[in-house]
Design a protein around this ligand. Structure first.
Ligand code: LMR
Length: 394
């Protein structure tokens, strides 16, 4: 049965987890998988989430099925978190999904059902799992240029020229904030231009928002998405709670639809839920129930927001410290862009061979395209790290 199968190459990001764990060097540095870490390298359970879990344990009196859309209170709370506290939800539907990847796949399945020849445009570069997820749903893929490696900024003019060639009905996948892997983000004026283009050419925006609260703040990070929602007739969204609630392994996300009217939203939602039924039936409850408990309770929510803000500010501080150390060690401003990027990642612009040397010679782990997880930067070892990076440059 399996004799004709060939082993598949490991996922570039997830493979780093095993490699790092197996490295015995005590001073190794983990800048790989996108998981928030504190000063001690730990990924703590957030205070409000822990309290919510305690409450759930005490109050939950059944584990009977919830239904295909999961926790409806969670879905409403997530729609408000993403689209804004005052958003009109009549045209919006949300379905709990197993993590951000589950939400992406659910939306992709809906797109395939609504338009069997759909083409989806992905940013070049993008998160390495975007392509496999879209391909698995049967969508055709095109790419638009996004990142200018020399300046470390978005190459917006090139991006817009490429999208201007998209056909009516094509889908454009946009990172809502904190672009993964580059850390270079669209400003609000650019989002407005994208909204105009999308409307003019009849494209469908698909926003993947997996790091809300990690860039400029919870509302600021959703500003581009909210601007689109005001201007476009239809859009789809995949959101994740993995990072901003730190519930990575519990798999919590939401797939959302903004339709032309409530009736169309209901039909699209029914199609999306039937896709869920065929893939995994119902999403896991626990993590989403904890998130819902936090979002619905004013005290827990305030504490969650405060802790999230501490995490965001820590990453910003680390960015500045790292850029300064790189400036000192390289005697150049080559890496200054790290301080102006936002979110969990920046792409340093090293070659695969240089990344490999960093791993082999210095125990520094980053993704092969030189993406670093800013939260993993060693507060007390910035210069040593910067020195190691500079040492592999030539
Ligand atoms: C990442 O980009 O490192 C995270 O989103 C983890 C993953 O699943 O790839």
């Amino acid at each position: 049965m399996f004799e004709d199968l060939q082993p598949t190459p490991a996922d570039k990001i997830l493979a780093l987890i095993g490699l790092y764990r197996a490295d015995p060097r005590p001073d190794k540095v983990d800048l790989g998988v996108g998981v928030y870490k504190d000063r001690d390298g730990k990924t703590p359970v957030m205070r409000a989430v822990r309290e919510a879990e305690k409450r759930l344990l005490q109050s939950q009196d059944t584990k009977t099925y919830l239904g295909l859309a999961g926790d409806t209170g969670f879905n409403t709370a997530m729609a408000r978190l993403v689209f804004g506290p005052a958003a009109e939800l009549t045209r919006i539907r949300a379905a709990q999904a197993p993590g951000g990847s589950g939400a992406l796949r659910l939306v992709a399945e809906l797109l395939k059902r609504t338009r069997s020849d759909a083409t989806i445009w992905l940013s070049d570069p993008t998160w390495p799992n975007h392509m496999p997820v879209m391909r698995a749903a049967g969508l055709q893929i095109r790419e638009y240029p996004y990142f200018d490696a020399a300046s470390g900024a978005v190459c917006f003019a090139d991006m817009m020229s490429a999208l201007a060639t998209a056909k009516s009905g094509d889908v454009v996948l946009l990172h809502g904030c904190c672009h993964n892997p580059t850390g270079a983000n669209l400003d609000i004026a650019q989002w407005a231009e994208i909204a105009d283009l999308v409307v003019e050419r009849g494209l469908l925006p698909f926003v993947d928002i997996a790091y809300q609260g990690f860039g400029e703040g919870l509302d600021a990070d959703a500003a581009g998405l909210r601007l689109l929602a005001e201007k476009v007739p239809e859009m789809v969204v995949a959101s994740s709670c993995s990072k901003n609630f730190a519930v990575y392994r519990d798999r919590v996300g939401a797939a959302m639809i903004l339709a032309k009217d409530g009736a169309q939203a209901d039909v699209a939602m029914s199609q999306m839920l039937s896709a869920a039924r065929a893939m995994y039936s119902m999403p896991p409850d626990h993590g989403a129930a904890a998130v819902r408990t936090v979002l619905e309770d004013a005290t827990l929510r305030a504490d969650w927001e405060a802790e999230l803000e501490e995490m965001r500010l820590r990453m910003l501080r680390l960015r500045v410290q790292f850029a300064e150390a790189l400036r000192r060690q390289s005697n150049s401003d080559r890496f200054d862009f790290v301080a102006s990027h936002r979110g969990m990642f920046s792409r340093l612009g090293l070659s695969e061979a240089q990344v490999e040397r960093l791993r082999a010679e210095h125990g520094v782990y980053m993704v092969g395209d030189s993406r670093i997880n800013v939260a993993g930067l060693p507060e007390d070892g910035m210069d040593a790290l910067a020195k190691a990076i500079v040492s592999v440059l030539d």
